[in-house]
Design a protein around this ligand. Structure first.
Ligand SMILES: C[S@@+](CC[C@H](N)C(=O)[O-])C[C@H]1O[C@@H](n2cnc3c(N)ncnc32)[C@H](O)[C@@H]1O
Length: 199
């Protein structure tokens, strides 16, 4: 379903000029505060780009942050930007890259590119510790996101339009409960909590 090479090369080409989005820093802060991540967590930042979430995740006093992106250019620039002992940068595909267990996964401005939602739900369930948290968020509403992901073909190959949080939750409901959500023009937000692995 997903065309991972096309996605990686698309974002490799954009990486050098990928915006820092300073104006959205307070929305990112709100997202991470609302997630209520405990100190000492291992956090996986999926589709991290150049690390726009890192300063916000650091405020939760994590044990470690794993910055994961399939674009090697994004990872190279992120590594240059944030070289701290508690941060690991990995270039890889969330669906296949070997990873150890984690307490929380954050998918910020990247969910539409993770094309196989059912596989994503299973993969995150496997990776997360019991009661593990998944945050799926955008610093804009779904109408805006869906409008920028629409062109004469390439965007359709590398992204899937966002549905409402309740619709997206259908992919996750066997493995997670939906703890909190928002779908307004300024914020798209879902907080999922892993159900017990004895399912
Ligand atoms: C729209 S960018 C957002 C980057 C960053 N989160 C930000 O807000 O600046 C989406 C990122 O997801 C990454 N990505 C897409 N599919 C991925 C996958 N299967 N595994 C890991 N990263 C992926 C892309 O390479 C890209 O850097």
């Amino acid at each position: 379903m997903s065309n991972i090479k096309t996605i990686a090369s698309y974002f490799d080409n954009l990486a050098a000029h990928w915006p820092e989005d300073e104006k959205d820093a307070c929305i990112r802060d709100r997202i991470i505060q609302r997630a209520c991540l405990s100190p000492g967590n291992s956090i996986l930042d999926i589709g991290c780009g150049k690390g726009v979430m890192v300063p916000h995740l650091l405020k939760t006093a994590p044990k470690e942050i794993i910055e994961l992106d399939v674009s090697k250019e994004m990872i190279r620039l992120g590594r240059e930007r944030f070289s701290l002992p508690q941060i690991t940068h990995i270039c890889g595909d969330i669906f296949t890259v070997p990873l150890l267990s984690i307490d929380a996964a954050v998918v910020f401005n990247a969910y539409p590119h993770l094309m196989d939602k059912q596989a994503l739900a299973k993969r995150l369930h496997r990776l997360l510790n019991d009661q593990g948290i998944v945050i799926i968020a955008h610093s804009k509403g779904k109408e805006f996101i869906n409008a920028i992901h629409h062109d004469d073909g390439l965007c359709e190959q590398i992204s899937i339009p966002l549905k409402t949080p309740l619709k997206e939750f259908e992919f996750f409901s066997s493995f997670f409960s939906l703890e909190d959500w928002q779908d307004t023009p300024d914020l798209y937000y879902m907080k999922l909590i892993k159900k017990n692995s004895t399912l």
